[in-house]
Write a protein that binds this ligand. Structure first.
Ligand SMILES: [Zn+2]
Length: 483
């Protein structure tokens, strides 16, 4: 067994990695009294915090799923790392030079794979960033300045340039001691018949960082219109690049997301930049995939901070058909999302980056401020598919939208949306609309009493026998929001 990390170094890593700070990178912790902190457990699904951290003892424990241990164990579990990888990860963050048994400094073979891949990315990011200033990167610099980004902005986001040619980065990394296998595993090069060749060529590159700030991959935009590759090329799935949960910009946005109780989901790397620079520092984007359940979980842990009140998740979409489709898909995927979901639609179809260029920073802040509840957006999308000039059309619109309203858990809110549906369709018969909604819930008459006074406190699960017991945490449920 070569390369065991010395025990005293492991102890030092524990000592220099305050557990509350380390865990606080992944979830919001709030005071739980008695010297302990609590938050939403990252290891199981929950809506109220049962994950406890006791800084004085350097331990965490979840009363929900039983997970627990010290800071190293936490990193092992959350990053899915071996013990050695986890210690190296923490040592890196704390600036500790580890020593190994059988020989002073760490030699390559001793290090865990993850650490090697992270180091390759650090070297690659530095290489690309330096190339952005080279004469060959003129096109890349022009792309940025045309989109309103300065050199300082490029530095803030670590933007770089992957030069044309097949082996620029690969050669650079080989000289730094990385093997072809490591470079390929990292997704920085592909395997060709005569060895490794650069994955990104003649592209502008955005480093994608983990929530901890480590670069784990890149998004790369082509600069040459003749290039027949895709406009955006992302790092493929690797041991450290997991598209399903990565959110571009989250390392920069996480504090603001927790503070403002708001996260804004945009589509691209330049949109994230535009938002942050325009005073919307809570913007993040997925990396070449649609917003999914894992992304929602990551955000939820950031949003549920000092109180249990969920924050706002605001999806921005183009007003065009594709944007609408994306919003509807988000609606499907945010079921089970305890935070309230909103949509901000730019009617001209301008994405946040273009909006900032054409109308300035204020327009971008206005776009976010103009958000509408996602459920309203979805109902209206259903309505416009029908001809409201005829009785048949109005009735069809109501039947199309009623199932949506029936999914709203809060009886008071459901009633309000039913009234809105009546108004928006010009049906002029609230009771009839309410009856239609109730039919979709499979509920008896008594449910439809007016929502005066207190809104429902207990969650009302729909009468359908198949509904899962977790529905009280779904969209717009007052029970979960108030607990
Ligand atoms: Zn748990």
């Amino acid at each position: 067994m070569a390369g065991r990390i010395r025990d005293e170094d492991i102890a030092l890593v524990r000592e220099r990695s305050p557990i509350a700070d380390v865990i606080g990178e992944y979830l919001q912790l709030r005071n739980a009294g008695g010297g302990s902190l609590k938050g939403l457990c990252p290891f199981h699904d929950e809506k109220s915090p049962s994950f406890n951290v006791t800084p004085a003892r350097g331990l965490y424990h979840c009363f929900g799923c039983g997970e627990g241990g010290d800071v190293i164990r936490f990193i092992q579990e959350i990053e899915q790392l071996s013990f050695v990888d986890a210690v190296e990860h923490l040592a890196q963050q704390a600036g500790i030079q580890l020593r190994y048994e059988h020989g002073g400094r760490s030699s390559r073979g001793d290090q865990g794979q993850r650490q090697r891949l992270i180091e390759a990315h650090r070297a690659a990011a530095a290489f690309y960033a330096e190339r952005l200033l080279s004469p060959g990167a003129q096109e890349g610099r022009r792309f940025l300045s045309e989109r309103g980004f300065t050199r300082a902005d490029a530095e803030t986001f670590g933007i770089g340039f992957a030069p044309p040619g097949w082996e620029n980065l690969t050669t650079h990394l080989r000289k730094k001691g990385f093997t072809d296998k490591e470079i390929i595993t990292a997704g920085l090069a592909s395997q060709g018949r005569r060895g490794a060749y650069d994955k990104f060529r003649n592209r502008l590159v955005w480093p994608v960082r983990e929530v901890t700030g480590e670069v784990v991959g890149f998004g790369a935009r082509k600069l040459d219109p003749e290039d027949d590759g895709p406009k955006y090329l992302n790092t493929p799935e690797t041991p450290i690049f997991k598209k399903g949960h990565l959110l571009y910009g989250l390392d920069l946005a996480k504090r603001e997301i927790a503070r403002n109780r708001q996260a804004v989901i945009v589509e691209g790397y330049t949109d994230v930049m535009a938002c942050h620079l325009a005073g919307v520092p809570t913007a993040v984007a997925t990396c070449g995939t649609s917003f999914g359940e894992e992304h929602a979980k990551v955000l939820r842990r950031m949003l549920l901070g000092r109180s249990n009140q969920g924050g706002e998740v605001i999806f921005t979409f183009d007003g065009d058909a594709a944007g609408q489709k994306a919003a509807l898909r988000a609606f499907d995927e945010t079921h089970g999302f305890s935070s309230d979901s909103f949509v901000a639609v730019q009617p001209d179809g301008l994405d946040p980056c273009d909006l900032r260029i054409q109308r300035g920073d204020g327009a971008l802040r206005d776009l976010v401020a103009s958000r509408k509840p996602l459920v309203e957006f979805v109902i209206r999308s259903r309505i416009v598919e029908h001809n409201l000039d005829t009785n048949e059309g109005r009735l069809a619109a109501i039947d199309a939208a009623a199932p949506i309203i029936a999914t709203i858990r809060d009886a008071g809110l459901r009633q309000e949306y039913a009234k809105d549906l009546d108004k928006w369709t010009g049906f002029m018969d609230e009771r009839q609309v309410l009856r239609r909604v109730a039919q979709h819930m499979g509920r008896p008459e008594g449910e439809r009493r007016p929502a005066r006074g207190r809104p429902a406190r207990r969650c009302r699960r729909p009468g359908r026998p198949m509904s899962p017991p977790t529905t009280c945490a779904t969209l717009h449920c007052s029970a979960s929001a108030r607990r």
